[in-house]
Design a protein around this ligand. Structure first.
Ligand SMILES: Nc1nc2c(ncn2[C@@H]2O[C@H](COP(=O)(O)OP(=O)(O)OP(=O)(O)O)[C@@H](O)[C@H]2O)c(=O)[nH]1
Ligand SMILES: [Mg+2]
Ligand SMILES: [Zn+2]
Length: 327
């Protein structure tokens, strides 16, 4: 139906906004047209480790066919991306999305509960793959009374992550608290929302964009775990006034985040608060676990680096060392 606008066989550039099986929805930014594309049959994968050769966020070159569909010839180099293990024991990897300005790790203190270990694995991956990240604590409307302790826990988490150098947003997708502040912070950016199933990623997109109307799940009460309502990643281009188009990426919930391609000795570089002090360690190859005169451990002892983050560092370090099973 766009044949009248574009010439057949003309080379065009577009943004992959959705991938389902072997079809890709590609947005032609100038016209707003969305073309169904397939990948060229003999497309050569970069290595065979990735389960998905094309991810949402990719800029692709494609040519239009007589039937109005397109054929993707080339995936342009990615500025950055977020990658995870495809499945628990798999050596294969899955690119969640690429060319991202901001990763929002959506977490909840209860209903379901997100651990700091999970948050930190995502943040470390974001650091390693050059994606600026922040933490969004959702469902603040469920905290109840101060004596229930959730507000205290919330303040603790906020202090931990702000102390590490991350922006922390406190929101209620359902009631609207904090949504405007988040909207202003992300306006004009390409933003990836990730986190466990049921934390309210889709609900948050609905709150950010009135009328978007994404399907949100019911949290099963017996387990407080989500039900995987969103089943594939999708980019929603949203006009945001003077800020221009904002690209919001909704993704399926993930149970555990399997980190990919980390060397233990690099790990502390991906904790910004450790990166700031590690040059003061006595040994240049300090692992910050047991060496004397370690600036990182000194900072933990002095309360300048959160003990929680440091413990997660040790946990991740062990997992990487023992065969890269980062689960
Ligand atoms: N009370 C409360 N409930 C919320 C809030 N945000 C989301 N929920 C509820 O939490 C449940 C899960 O929300 P979803 O938006 O589907 O969660 P999701 O993260 O997209 O989950 P997946 O698509 O499975 O990954 C729904 O029942 C929402 O109504 C919130 O701020 N407060
Ligand atoms: Mg969802
Ligand atoms: Zn050290």
């Amino acid at each position: 139906m766009y044949l009248c606008i574009f010439k057949i066989h003309e080379r065009m550039i577009g943004l992959v906004i959705r991938t389902t099986g072997s079809w890709y929805k590609v947005l032609q930014r100038e016209s707003g047209a969305v073309i169904d594309c397939r990948l060229r049959g003999n497309y050569r994968l970069r290595g065979n480790k990735q389960t998905n050769p094309v991810a949402v966020g990719d800029e692709v070159e494609y040519v239009l066919q007589e039937d109005g569909t397109g054929v993707i010839n080339e995936v342009r180099d990615r500025r950055n991306y977020i990658v995870r293990k495809a499945t628990k024991l798999s050596k294969q990897t899955h690119v969640i999305a690429s060319n991202i300005d901001r990763l929002c790790v959506v977490a909840t203190l209860g209903f379901p509960r997100t651990s700091t270990g999970f948050i930190d694995r995502l943040l470390v991956t974001a650091e390693a793959y050059h994606v600026p990240a922040c933490v969004v604590l959702n469902k603040v409307d469920l905290y109840g009374e101060p004596e229930d302790g959730l507000w205290e826990l919330h303040d603790e988490l906020k202090a931990i992550y702000e102390g590490a150098g991350y922006e922390v947003f406190a929101v209620s997708a359902l009631q609207g608290d904090g949504v405007e502040e988040l909207r202003q912070a992300i306006a004009g950016q390409t933003v990836l929302f990730t986190g466990h199933s049921g934390v309210g990623k889709s609900a948050l997109l609905n709150a950010l964009v009135p009328g978007l109307d994404l399907r949100v799940g019911e949290v099963s009460e017996w387990s407080m775990k989500g039900k995987h309502t969103t089943t594939f990643a999708e980019i929603f281009p949203i006009e945001m006034g003077a800020a221009g188009v904002t690209y919001l990426i909704d993704t399926p919930g993930i149970k555990e985040f399997g980190m990919v391609d980390f060397k233990p000795e690099e790990l502390s570089h991906f904790f910004p608060e450790m990166r700031r002090v590690l040059h003061d360690c006595h040994f240049s190859n300090c692992t910050h676990r047991h060496e004397p005169h370690c600036a990182v451990r000194d900072a933990v002892d002095a309360g300048l680096i959160s003990a929680e983050r440091y413990n997660n560092y040790l946990g991740i370090y062990d997992q990487i060392e023992n065969g890269n099973e980062s689960w």
